[in-house]
Design a protein around this ligand. Sequence first.
Ligand code: PLP
Ligand SMILES: N[C@@H](CCOP(=O)(O)O)C(=O)O
Length: 466
Amino acid sequence: MQYVSTRGQVAPKGFIDTVLMGLADDGGLMIPAEIPVISPEALEEWKNLSYEELFQQIFSLYINDEIPAEDLKAMVKRSYASFRTPEVTPVNKINDSLYILELFHGPTFAFKDVALQFMGEFYSYVSKKQNEIIHILGATSGDTGAAAIQGVRGKDGIKICILHPHQKVSKIQELQMTTVNDENVLNLSVKGNFDDCQKVIKDLFADLDFKAKHHLRAINSINFVRILAQTVYYFYAYFHIDAEAQASKKVNISVPSGNFGNIFSGFLAKRMGLPIHKLIIATNENNILERFVRTGEYKPGDFKSTHSPSMDIQVASNFERYLYYLLDENVEKVSEYMKQLQTEGKIVVSPELLARVQNDFAAYGASNDECLKYIGEYNEKYDYLLDPHTACGIAAYQECSEEDEVTITFATAHPAKFDEAIALCMIEQKFPEQISALLTKPQYQQVVDHDQDEIVRELEKFYGDK
Ligand SMILES: Cc1ncc(COP(=O)(O)O)c(C=O)c1O
Ligand SMILES: N[C@@H](CCOP(=O)(O)O)C(=O)O
């Protein structure tokens, strides 16, 4: 398997080089040159695999022979040993038309752990095997940062710097990141929003001299390995709903979305042959993706702080990967559209393309009030406490699903991470011990202006010259 850039200016690369490259050197995003298609017979055989076995099957289609099978197996085992359930991502049946895939049983209680625990292992492996210097630079609206830090803290040969928007993440997210005092971790709290943080890191990755000098590696979903690791639970979820529902109903998946990484993994799984009916994009009031699916116009709007802060994102990084497929893998057109986004501030697709978008996705943006309404309603009716991001997923399921369909909604975080919203619903929750323990710990972070030069100076100090 070779990997190419959505903008076509990078020579094809193998798997490990693709992961090390992160953002493609031409400013695009790396994607597989061809997507492998799984036959219905093979899918049938995969149904009974454990999470770890499924992971191994899927990855073996993408990694060539760059990682020996036994090394991959050991990495996967270590990655999921820290999860609180052997199923890794258990499926919970709520009623005959709704299942919830719980993605929050990892060390930092959010779906990011599923891919980032593996990525920590992967970077550690590559650092040792190939003597690579791994200097991770990432941006977070709260969950990626916590999970990435947890995945690599204290690991030899790796340093990690995470930019998060100052006072725009939940208290628990902030504590998860900033109570870590390992020498290889730096938290920069940037006076700005997530889009500002993401722009800074993308600009730094695009500066190829700076990137090479400091050995910058990406952990955000600009990195294809994140996308691939996230496809595993789409397969797992589908295989773990009732056999009868699989056989007689259309199966939708509703995904709380922001940077478009999680749902793009679903798009990939569908192209690999997983029989998903509708992929439902669930957003909050930062509803650029919903507006795109409704109107064909992709235009970042004004940033809003909502009850689901991890999805407070206007510029969805992985949109470019989807655009590549929407434009029939035409790299010139992708480059043209992305340039247009920069110069004119928007992309508008033709009615024909819009029809294809609407065939690929349904979408719904939940208001703040709806988010709280569903938290209260599901707690009362099903005794199930939704986190505010999952509540947006539920709102989208309620809005976009039909009678002959069954929907799997992804629970992307544990409610304890977002007690600010839960408290507004007048619900008192009991925190898991690992979260309560954070409340009394000292914090380590540096507050910086949203100023690239100031951030570069901090990075130069942290990464050093080697
Ligand atoms: C809890 C939670 N839900 C949903 C999302 C959105 O996922 P994505 O950015 O992959 O679209 C995020 C972060 O992005 C998140 O942290
Ligand atoms: N919500 C995310 C934003 C970054 O997304 P990523 O998938 O590109 O890492 C977060 O929690 O940081």
